[in-house]
Design a protein around this ligand. Structure first.
Ligand SMILES: [Zn+2]
Ligand SMILES: [Zn+2]
Length: 362
């Protein structure tokens, strides 16, 4: 199967549109014609070599499209079905059997490794193997191989260019708030970073009736958006040097803080701003300096790492789509679409903060 893919060839280099040859689907695989793919901060980090990613590789892990072919053991999908693709997992290891598919033993291989579990690549260009299983999909391409495990069937009339925005970062932010930090009416929550994950957390916390939802960012337009989506207060870190004090003034102590930035000094301020028995949730891949752990003890505080909002398979995405259908998760406000050929511009705008959630359309 010939496909056009945006191939990452070296750390930090722009992606290059190339024709590649995709394998025929194996027994447990499905071939999907991609209609749209969200752009996640993780794609930008992987392009720059984060996560032990190896090149050449096709990135993209928020694919949406139409099934065109299925392997012989696939039971739940047929050609013509429209699907959203999530992160892949094995379905057999102890973590998966407990429902913790986000922490699958084979996770590193099936996500950043971008090869099948047996080590083979799903694509090639001439004699050169191309890694095309990034998060079990590699959807920065006109066609992608996935499996029925990591595909969620949606309605024939679903707007794929919109729903492609939801499958990773939004599930992460909403799941962290609803299922891990268990925000309920009365909870005082702060969210560090008002990108896709942070704004999804804000929307979910508002939907859950949180007493206070304080959004923290350094880009004023994102803070305005956070207010429109349900934040009760904001902190502009460009204007407030002391984040811990600013959060304490607004909340009297946070029951929970969700950090989407991975920035150590912000995490440290978050620990200071936690109420007794409060929890700091961390979903941003850290770049360095980290939390001073000793400060946790005296307050009986917790730090919890969270992947994919703790979602089990496609269940977190299904819950999010129900919330959206009920009008309680208005993520449309975050999305800007770009043609596939503008993939490098879409990644750049996301990094610059001028676009919150870019979606490529094919
Ligand atoms: Zn992602
Ligand atoms: Zn597993």
């Amino acid at each position: 199967m010939r496909a056009v893919a945006a191939v990452a060839r070296a750390a930090g280099a722009p992606l290059v549109l190339e024709e590649i040859e995709l394998d025929d689907p194996r027994d447990d695989e499905i071939l999907v014609a991609i209609a749209a793919c969200g752009v996640c901060h993780t794609d930008a980090k992987a392009r720059d070599g984060y996560g032990g990613v190896r090149f050449p590789v096709v990135l993209g892990h928020e694919g949406a499209g139409t099934v065109v072919e299925v392997g012989s053991s696939v039971r739940s999908l047929v050609p013509g079905d429209r699907v959203l693709l999530v992160s892949d997992f094995c379905g057999r290891c102890p973590r998966c059997r407990a429902g913790d598919t986000a922490y699958c033993d084979e996770g590193p291989l099936r996500t950043f490794g971008a090869v099948r579990p047996d080590g083979t690549s799903r694509a090639r260009r001439g004699d050169e193997a191309i890694r095309a299983s990034f998060f079990g999909q590699s959807a920065f391409a006109t066609h992608a191989l996935a499996s029925e495990r990591n595909a969620l069937k949606v309605a024939p009339y679903a707007d794929l260019s919109l729903l492609a925005a939801t499958t990773c970062g939004m599930v992460t932010g909403a799941g962290a708030v609803l299922d891990v930090l268990t925000v309920t009416p009365g909870t005082r929550l702060a969210v560090l970073g008002a990108g896709t994950v942070g704004l999804a957390a804000v929307m979910a916390a508002a939907a859950a009736g949180a007493e206070a939802v304080v959004a923290v960012d350094r880009i004023p337009s994102r803070l305005d958006l956070a207010r429109r989506l349900g934040a009760t207060d904001v902190v502009d870190t460009g204007r407030h040097g002391d984040l811990a004090t600013a959060l304490l003034e607004r909340t009297g102590g946070c029951d929970a803080v969700l950090d989407t930035t991975g920035i150590g000094r912000l995490q440290q301020a978050a620990v200071e701003a936690l109420a007794v028995r409060g929890t700091l949730g961390i979903v941003g891949g850290g770049d360095g300096d980290g939390v001073v752990l000793a400060r946790l003890m005296t307050g009986g505080k917790s730090v919890r790492g969270i992947i994919q909002g703790d979602a089990t398979g496609t269940l977190g995405l299904e819950a999010l789509l129900r919330l959206h259908a009920a009008g309680r998760f208005p993520f449309e406000a975050l999305v800007r679409t770009y043609p596939f050929a503008a993939v490098n511009e879409a990644i750049g705008d996301g990094l610059a903060g001028t676009t919150v959630k870019a979606v490529l359309t094919f």
